[in-house]
Design a protein around this ligand. Structure first.
Ligand SMILES: NC(=O)c1ccc[n+]([C@@H]2O[C@H](COP(=O)([O-])OP(=O)(O)OC[C@H]3O[C@@H](n4cnc5c(N)ncnc54)[C@H](O)[C@@H]3O)[C@@H](O)[C@H]2O)c1
Length: 372
């Protein structure tokens, strides 16, 4: 088992990230050490719970943790909703009332489950201990660490993504690579998109390790995935430790590929997944960097070829350039009307640029966003 510790401000405390094969078996002992094992409210989705719920419940029960409530909600982004939030809060009240035990909220699932469960843990009785058990590659390398929780909200027929949320750190993150074995190929690719991002922003060795071991990673080789997860988590942890609540401009670098990526996700009405949109976003933003003379053409081609060989899209016809540009204007990273992009200067290093001319952004989208 590999451990990585996240040290945050004294007020928030620190927490361990456990990574390895079959480590869910060791989760009960960790909960007991932290004194958060009295009773567990497990939140999951039906697919993940069907595949892995019993293994986790058995591990908890075998360790004498029997006071467990389970609540499931539908899978997919459309279910990270206010409606499901209300339903789960009602389930939690039913589980809670009449008991004296302290409750820990546990998320078993991908980023949708983790974001929802974390948000519930953050508001219920002014905050309950929260444990993340990520089951997708994307949630293992990204959403389960860093403390961003939240849900989407629909207003006037339009869904506003992650508009309700908190920074709320988990007490423990348990990444059991065995969970990843049942993931569909497209979900492995979505996670690899974020790993490619980490390589480009901070660690060229990680980028080239993935390039060399791509076919094994796509086949869910446990050793390769453990290495990729561990190295990615280290990068996210180091950034989050320096800028927990995104107030110091340090966390911004995690948004490489996300400015255009988020806009593509939204403009396509989430038909293009997060990982796919970020892949196209990384390519557009890399070519923008090349046009500004920041990065050489060979590196651009290398980035594009790793993305393409991963099986991620390098263009999309699911949305139009006009819609992408419109959504980008509302990007939360833009300040005082000035746009803000994270751009690579080489594989392993990025810089932040503001006020990029619209013509340059449009140029980068040409041939990549192909719907008229
Ligand atoms: N909080 C953050 O910092 C942060 C960062 C990045 C993304 N996110 C959020 O994460 C969400 C996306 O997360 P995701 O990519 O994990 O998608 P997801 O949670 O929707 O999961 C994808 C699919 O995989 C299935 N699944 C999950 N684990 C499985 C397993 N082990 N075997 C088989 N199927 C499994 C799920 O049922 C679902 O259908 C988005 O809502 C995004 O906003 C949050």
């Amino acid at each position: 088992m590999k451990t990585s510790k996240v040290h945050l401000a004294a007020k928030t405390g620190s927490y361990d990230i456990f990574i390895g094969k079959n480590i869910a078996r060791e989760l009960p002992a960790q909960l007991k050490t932290l004194k958060i094992a009295e009773s567990i409210f497990l939140i999951s989705d039906p697919k993940v719970f069907g595949l892995h719920g019993n293994r986790l419940l058995s591990a908890l029960k075998n360790a004498g943790i029997s006071n467990i409530g389970t609540a499931l909600f539908g899978r997919g982004e459309e279910n990270k909703s206010w409606k499901n939030y209300e339903k789960l809060i009602n389930n939690l009240i039913d589980f809670d009332f009449g008991k004296k035990n302290k409750i820990t909220v546990m998320a078993l699932g991908g980023g949708v489950v983790g974001d929802m469960a974390g948000f519930i843990a953050s508001v219920y009785r002014r905050g309950l201990p929260f444990v993340q058990v990520p089951t997708t590659l994307l949630s293992a390398v990204d959403s389960s660490i860093g403390g961003k929780t939240g849900i989407d909200y629909e207003r006037n027929g339009k869904v506003i993504k992650n508009i309700l949320g908190h920074f709320y750190q988990p007490r423990l993150v348990c990444m059991d690579t065995e969970f990843l074995k049942t993931l569909e190929d497209k979900e492995i690719k979505n996670g690899l998109s974020e790993i490619i991002k980490y390589g480009i922003i901070k660690n060229s060795a990680l980028f080239y390790y993935l390039k060399r071991n791509l076919s094994k990673a796509l086949k869910k080789d446990s050793e390769i995935l453990t290495y990729l997860i561990r190295e990615s988590c280290k990068i996210k942890r180091n950034v989050v430790q320096l800028d927990e609540k995104e107030t110091k401009n340090i966390r911004t670098i995690l948004n490489f590929g996300h400015t255009i990526g988020h806009a593509i996700e939204g403009a396509s009405n989430f038909r293009v997944s997060h990982g796919q949109a970020v892949a196209i976003g990384m390519i557009c933003e890399t070519y923008m960097a090349n046009e500004m003379g920041l990065i050489d053409k060979a590196s651009c081609k290398e980035i594009e070829s790793v993305i393409e060989n991963t099986g991620l899209p390098v263009k999309t016809s699911a949305c139009g350039i006009k819609d992408v540009m419109h959504i980008m204007k509302y990007d939360k990273k833009f300040q005082s009307g000035k746009n803000k992009f994270v751009l690579p200067v080489k594989i392993g290093k990025v810089c932040v640029k503001t006020g990029i001319p619209e013509s340059m952004i449009l140029n980068s989208l040409k041939n990549r966003i192909t719907k008229n």
